[in-house]
Design a protein around this ligand. Structure first.
Ligand code: ADP
Ligand code: ASP
Ligand code: MG
Length: 410
């Protein structure tokens, strides 16, 4: 008998028909003699709807209250899925994060899991019940409800699988696995049979929604492999696993993009020690996470600094930087919230040369201007004008020959 953790995302439980379909799939696995623990997300669009409601009341909702609101989405979903399984004649029981006791730290809206007490789940499994756990939520030491960041149900699933020492951790979604690029954007994108944790962490944090980056980091730390697959078909999906030598053979495994960024430039900054520390110290104090930073070579003792931040923090950051600029006597503040970041990712970059140059050449051939560049061992990212995002992703996908040959051209 295997212990299987399955996670179903929002679109997989998007309406009553889909809930019933998912319930049948779960029951099949259970009837084949497995113990099944299911993690479920809020019904598609629900978390966004709840967020919007909160923002209609106030532009700056209190994070504790936000978690109280956001956690309801998953609570509804577990109850509905449990009912759907029971309606088919099987035994099921739902648990909120608090009931399981998924203990987290106190950082509301992006809490970290500290510990999971699996005793109640084990007890339910012993009693022959399919166990349904609310994704995305936990509880802190003060009994306050917390949430784990957007896409956090993936993390719930991986952490539960690790805590239960599960045989399999399956993430069911609306595509058949992890592709060489977002299959919603690039029709020739190919499903990857396997991908390393490192590449998946990069692809996820560079904008691909398919898995939450923190969930993959957690899986890597516990060496828990993840099988990403479709809730609509039975085809095998993508295994997220430890890197092996074969994976370095291709230079680039995937392309990611992120339209959720904005750029701020401060011109005429005095070039002396302590200025960057002051500027970015203030930004950090405001809880704004900075992504890329570029500082130009100093001319006449002055320099320009550009950096990117999440688009949702653009106004807050602009106001703040305005204040700091006055204090340090800088020149102009230039803001741009119509940018996007396109990235190429692959562990093969460690051993292949000329990968970045190929990327820049491909973008140049389409006259796409690169505003900022950042690199790491296994990725290259470029900031470009937002309106070129789709074109850039497709062009890069072609340049690194990631696509399937269209029928008739093979
Ligand atoms: P769920 O609700 O199941 O958690 P998400 O919407 O969070 O699903 O993630 C699945 C979506 O991720 C897909 O519909 C797809 O559009 C998007 N996506 C972006 N990049 C990729 C990629 N490289 N491979 C697969 N899906 C991707
Ligand atoms: N419902 C949450 C979200 O939309 C968590 C998840 O879907 O994983 O972010
Ligand atoms: Mg998701």
């Amino acid at each position: 008998m295997a212990l299987i953790v399955q996670k179903y995302g929002g679109t997989s439980v998007g309406d009553v028909e889909r809930l019933r379909h998912v319930a049948r799939r779960i029951v099949e696995v259970s009837e084949a003699g497995n113990q099944v623990v299911v993690v479920v997300s809020a019904i598609a669009g629900e978390t966004d709807r709840l967020l919007q409601l909160a923002h209609q009341i106030t532009e700056t909702p209190n994070a504790r209250e936000l978690d109280v609101i956001l956690a309801t989405g998953e609570q509804v979903a577990i109850g509905l899925l449990s009912l759907a399984i029971q309606a088919g004649g099987s035994k099921a029981r739902s648990f909120t994060g608090t009931q399981v006791r998924i203990l987290t730290d106190n950082v509301h809206t992006r809490a970290r899991i500290l510990n999971i007490d699996v005793e109640r789940i084990r007890q339910a499994l012993r009693e022959g019940e399919i166990t349904i756990v609310a994704g995305f939520q936990g509880v802190n030491a003060e009994e306050e409800v917390t949430t784990l960041g957007r896409g956090g149900s993936d993390l719930t699933a991986v952490a539960l699988a690790a805590a239960l020492n599960a045989d399999v951790c399956e993430i069911y979604t609306d595509v058949e696995g992890v592709y060489t690029a977002d299959p919603g954007l690039v029709s020739t994108a190919q499903k990857l049979p396997r991908i390393s944790y490192e590449e998946m962490i990069e692809i996820a944090s560079l904008g691909a929604r398919v898995l939450q980056a923190r969930a993959v980091e957690y899986a890597k730390n516990y060496n828990m492999s993840i099988h990403v697959r479709s809730s609509f078909t039975k085809n095998p999906g993508t295994l997220v696993v430890q890197e092996d030598q074969d994976m370095e053979k291709v230079a680039v495994s995937g392309i990611a993009y992120d339209k959720n960024e904005a750029k701020i430039t401060i011109t005429g900054v005095v070039d002396r020690p302590g200025i960057a520390a002051k500027l970015f110290g203030r930004v950090a104090e405001a809880g704004i996470v900075v992504d890329m930073i570029v500082q130009n070579i100093s001319q006449d003792g002055h320099t320009d600094i550009s950096f990117t931040i999440p688009r949702s923090d653009f106004h807050k950051a602009s106001e703040l930087v305005d204040g700091v600029a006055k204090e340090i006597g800088a020149g102009q503040i230039l803001g741009d919230d119509r940018i996007a970041k396109v990235s190429i990712v692959g562990v093969g970059m460690r051993t292949h040369s000329g990968v970045a140059a190929r990327m820049f050449t491909a973008l140049a051939a389409e006259n796409i201007n690169i505003m900022m560049i950042s690199t790491s061992e296994i990725k290259v990212s470029c900031v470009i004008e937002e309106k070129y995002t789709e074109l850039a992703v497709r062009v890069l996908h072609d340049a690194f020959q990631l696509g399937v040959q269209p029928i008739g051209e093979g």
